[in-house]
Design a protein around this ligand. Structure first.
Ligand SMILES: Cc1cc2nc3c(=O)[nH]c(=O)nc-3n(C[C@H](O)[C@H](O)[C@H](O)COP(=O)(O)O)c2cc1C
Length: 306
């Protein structure tokens, strides 16, 4: 017998049929008068994370919202992430109440704004107290979603046909693939990313559990970031040697250099070794020793900083 009950899956299942941990993001867009407007969003996740020539987020939202309409019209937004504060969450819930125009909701908004770091024309402002902000541009080329601009202003439900994953995807729904133009980070957390994480340098990020029982939004406060070690699985030098010897006939590795790779998970070993070989070839090196490996590691750290 199963230890689980079979729960009915209904609309908005992530908050009506499940406990799904989500971020809380205030999305700034530009309204028709060029003013910054804020909407509250949780269904916003990384979409392209590697292997493309750009990075992207996916936003799921109501197509009649100010945010969706502004994105369909002008394509620019900023995703503002705030630290845990009940007062700010209350304000977020206010900004998440449907039906108000941008002007109405923004007139009482207590957040201070500043310009972002993108300098390519009109962009919404960003929230000054945010710990991080992603400045983004809607990629309206995917699925020819730019054609949905024809449907701007249809606020009582949009007729099909609908797109699958970018643009207007149902009568009331919309998906936006948002190319990340810049990630803005407050100095404290910037330093923690560059110099290495410590429990004390994590932003206090709240977790949203959504609107439940048609009454309240629920969220949990941040407690403490805990660290968990990765499994202590080491390749033996022989395994690393086997892969290294097959990477390139003109580039060799010393045993000491290979010892520095024994903790690399086996599935990534070939990629890492190929990266070292590329560095060697670019720098006319034929023998990779410990010193060269340190140079490669330093270069990686430098790239991370950039
Ligand atoms: C914490 C929170 C998270 C929300 N997440 C979403 C979401 O991911 N998608 C969505 O369509 N609406 C979401 N809402 C509801 C929107 O905020 C609501 O539709 C609001 O009217 C949008 O504002 P706007 O019209 O200015 O864009 C959320 C509301 C709150 C309070």
């Amino acid at each position: 017998m199963s230890s689980f009950k079979d729960l009915r899956i209904v609309d908005n299942f992530y908050q009506t049929s499940a406990y799904y941990p989500m971020p809380t993001i205030l999305i700034s867009t530009l309204d028709d008068d060029g003013n910054t407007s804020l909407g509250a969003y949780s269904l916003c996740f990384p979409y392209y994370i590697a292997g493309k020539d750009h990075y992207a987020m996916l936003l799921e939202c109501r197509n009649s919202s100010n945010t969706a309409q502004n994105l369909l019209k002008r394509g620019k937004c900023a995703l503002n992430f705030l630290e845990d504060s009940y007062k700010d969450f209350k304000e977020t819930v206010r900004l998440g109440f449907p039906g108000q125009t941008s002007k109405e909701k923004m007139k009482d908004c207590p957040f201070e704004f500043e310009k972002g770091l993108m300098e390519d024309g009109d962009r919404p402002l960003v929230i000054k107290k945010a710990y991080q902000v992603f400045e983004c541009t809607w990629d309206d080329s995917l699925e020819e979603a730019y054609k949905d601009k024809e449907k701007i202003g249809q606020l009582d439900g949009v007729m099909g046909p609908y797109r699958n994953f970018n643009g207007i995807t149902s009568k009331f729904g919309c998906h936006f693939i948002l190319k990340i133009d810049k990630i803005l980070m407050k100095e404290k957390y910037y330093n923690a990313i560059i110099n290495g994480a410590k429990s004390s340098t994590f932003p206090k990020v709240p977790i949203d559990f959504g609107y439940r029982d048609s009454t309240y939004f629920w969220y949990t406060k941040f407690k403490k970031a805990l660290k968990c070690p990765i499994p202590d699985v080491e390749n033996d030098v022989k395994t690393v040697r086997y892969a290294a010897d097959r990477a390139d006939p003109d580039v060799k590795f010393t045993d000491d250099a290979l010892k520095m790779l024994i903790k690399v998970p086996r599935v990534f070993l070939k990629t890492v070794i190929n990266g070292c070989v590329k560095y060697a070839k670019d720098n006319n090196i034929t023998l990779i020793d410990e010193k060269v490996m340190r140079e490669i590691n330093d270069k990686r750290k430098e790239e991370k900083k950039k």
